[in-house]
Design a protein around this ligand. Sequence first.
Ligand SMILES: Nc1nc2c(ncn2[C@@H]2O[C@H](COP(=O)(O)OP(=O)(O)OP(=O)(O)O)[C@@H](O)[C@H]2O)c(=O)[nH]1
Length: 346
Amino acid sequence: MFIDLSEVTQRLRRMSSEELDVSGSYQNFLLDLLNEGKDTLGVEHVSVWLFDDITAPNKLINVASTQWPNDQSVIDYPELLCEEFPNYFEAIASGISIDANDAATDPRTSEFKESYLDVHNITTMLDTVIFKNGIPHGVVCFEGTGEQRYWQSAEIAYAEMMADCCSRRLLVNDLWSLQQQLTEMAFQDALTGLKNRRYLMDYAHREISRHIRSGQQLSVVMIDIDHFKLINDSYGHEIGDVVLRAFSQQCLQALRTEDCLCRLGGEEFIILLPNTSVEGAVEVAERLRRHVEKHIIESGTHHIQVTVSCGVGEVNLAKPFSQSLKEADHAVYDAKAKGRNCVVVY
Ligand SMILES: Nc1nc2c(ncn2[C@@H]2O[C@H](COP(=O)(O)OP(=O)(O)OP(=O)(O)O)[C@@H](O)[C@H]2O)c(=O)[nH]1
């Protein structure tokens, strides 16, 4: 097959520079490349396989394929075990492209004969190595059916270019995942795993706009653990942390998933309740107060009962959210003055 390298190189270089949408679970960010390779080399299908562990690979995992349906995500990714295909794994580890003209007799691919090649009528394979930091990370597999093929050097060079493009796309995907993690961390409280104050302010801002449009009520409940200092002083700061974590889980159990529970800091928490009146918010706070009071927290030999004081208020949609927080805080102050373990409305 004749390949005009200058033309396909141009196309690949342009594709490589395109912005990637890596947000979907299905590997569309690889598929356009693979389809390009399939058409250019005129093969039956193209797939990408990655090592499970780049430093000590045990298996190759199939992460993308031109054979997979476009509209559904693949749940079980096919795998190849190193112990079953040692020659193939050794060939990949060498980093040199596998140009198996006759896949059934080539020593690098003949291991697939009965289980795969014969079953799918694959006659020829061209596998090029994907590198990560200079180390083999996986392969792009071009598989052909029908007439036996004699891979030309231009075709091999093209397939290697494809593998390099895949490397870059996988790198972009890694960076995107990292960025996602960092974003999550920025909005999460490290101790309890709940959302933090930054998230609350952002979320409240959006909810206020939405509630102005819908005309629904938005309420807030501030929760403060009673005599928390005493827990720290009696059992130590570490047990205090255990209590904060267990308490957070108790609160989540008592709430609906759409209720936004955040840790403001210390032993102070807040729930933002969308589409909820003050009466509704009082019910939520009472339910939560009773739930917390009833469930003893166990840590080692310690059995610790926690109670909470809650302040409830309606969020004034015309004023800054910080004002609503101040009002709820005021109500908590009143609840403490009333003897704690109770709910007070601002
Ligand atoms: N273990 C632990 N303690 C914390 C954390 N953050 C704040 N604290 C402690 O929480 C305690 C809060 O004490 P206070 O503000 O006096 O309130 P309180 O003892 O709960 O008393 P009342 O609110 O009046 O019922 C302080 O001792 C803080 O050091 C944390 O992340 N872990």
